[in-house]
Ligand binder design. Structure first.
Ligand code: TXA
Ligand code: MG
Length: 334
């Protein structure tokens, strides 16, 4: 495992170094429009295994393969008419399509967890696409955070969680969307929404008609209805749909804040869901830290409407509030 992590500037030299490291099987975090990804050459099984080790992922979840354009992505999967019209409408952008692997797909089995399908995405972040173009190979990239912790939307967040565990982070600014991509399964007759994300469900339905909503979680394991795996966890317990604030609580507000909180982070004072998504993970981090320091015992989150990006925001908040595996309570994102 690396002992120091290079911080690479968003310059031609920094980008060239990032591409060279990725091309030689090393781990490099880079910005996308959604969150920072922890990248490895998707065709290099050893490199991809390094992602799981660096994140401390309990098991080998399938990863998304990132491409610079739709033509490159569709060379590795079997894209039907639905996939092509979605790509035309939303790529580059925050939509991931799960499609059958093509016969000659070079993506390592471990990247797709041995599944016959592969998740592909073309990010819209200019730096990400330039990097992908420079490497000329698909890049497997989950969010660049230790497993179960809040996803990073700045290079500083990445270093906070993974310094010394990855080879480099390429500066790419703050991620403008702020929540991960929408994951859509197109392997069956009916398209299924596996994860709400940066492209709203309504926009996808306007393009291809009604979606089935999958009862799966981020780790892609089948689970009982209502069971959500803990994820995106802050240190303090998170209480959802707060209608009042306790004297020991910090408030994650949306719109006009509830009165009486010791401290407040407002996702969007005007109630704008796009702004709220962009500020969600950074806000959870900073509120969690400040609230801990101030001796608060919990974070109360106000309700967020479930339309547009609100579906993804509520999904992430529900995971952040879900019961945690034993031994992880009270630990701070490192
Ligand atoms: O915005 C994003 O999607 C970010 C950036 C870095 O691109 N990446 C990201 O990756 O969020 P990750 O690994 O945290 O989430 C990937 C999601 C998981 O829910 C995983 O189960 C699902 O995609 N997934 C990947 N491959 C799949 C497959 N073959 N079948 C079903 N689900 C799959
Ligand atoms: Mg993740």
């Amino acid at each position: 495992m690396p002992i120091a992590t290079e911080y690479l500037l968003d310059t031609p030299a920094g980008r060239a170094r990032a591409a060279a490291l990725l091309g030689s099987g090393r781990l490099v975090a880079f910005a996308t429009e959604t969150v920072y990804g922890l990248g490895a050459d998707a065709t290099d099984a050893r490199a991809v295994a390094g992602i799981f080790a660096a994140k401390g992922r309990p098991r080998f979840n399938p990863l998304i393969a990132h491409y610079p354009d739709a033509a490159a992505a569709f060379a590795h999967v079997a894209a039907d008419a639905r996939a092509r019209s979605l790509a035309a409408a939303f790529w580059p952008g925050a939509l991931t399509l799960v499609l059958p692997r093509a016969a000659a797909c070079p993506v390592a089995e471990i990247a797709g967890a041995g599944l016959p399908s592969l998740a592909v995405r073309v990010p819209s972040h200019d730096g990400a696409r330039a990097l992908l173009r420079a490497i000329g190979r698909p890049v497997a990239a989950p969010s660049a955070n230790p497993s179960g912790r809040v996803s990073p939307t700045t290079a500083a967040h990445v270093l906070e969680g993974l310094y010394g565990r990855i080879d480099a982070v390429l500066e790419g600014g703050a991620c403008p969307v702020g929540v991960e991509s929408t994951v859509l399964d197109l392997t069956g007759a009916a398209p299924r929404l596996l994860r709400p994300g940066g492209i709203p469900r309504e926009a996808i339905e306007a393009a291809i008609g009604p979606l089935a909503i999958a009862n799966t979680s981020d780790d892609n394991a089948p689970r009982a209805p209502g069971m959500l795996s803990s994820h995106y966890a802050p240190s303090l317990p998170l209480r959802l749909d707060a209608r009042a604030v306790g004297s020991d609580e910090a408030l994650l507000a949306f719109g006009p804040p509830l009165p009486g909180a010791r401290m407040v982070f407002n996702l969007s004072p005007e109630g704008d869901l796009t702004e709220a998504a962009a500020r969600l993970f950074a806000g959870l981090r900073s509120l969690d830290r400040a609230a801990l320091q101030a001796g608060c015992t919990a974070i109360a989150a106000m309700a967020v409407p479930g339309r547009g990006l609100g579906l993804a925001i509520n999904d992430r908040l529900a995971r952040a509030a879900a019961p945690r595996p034993a031994g992880t309570e009270g630990t701070h994102p490192s």
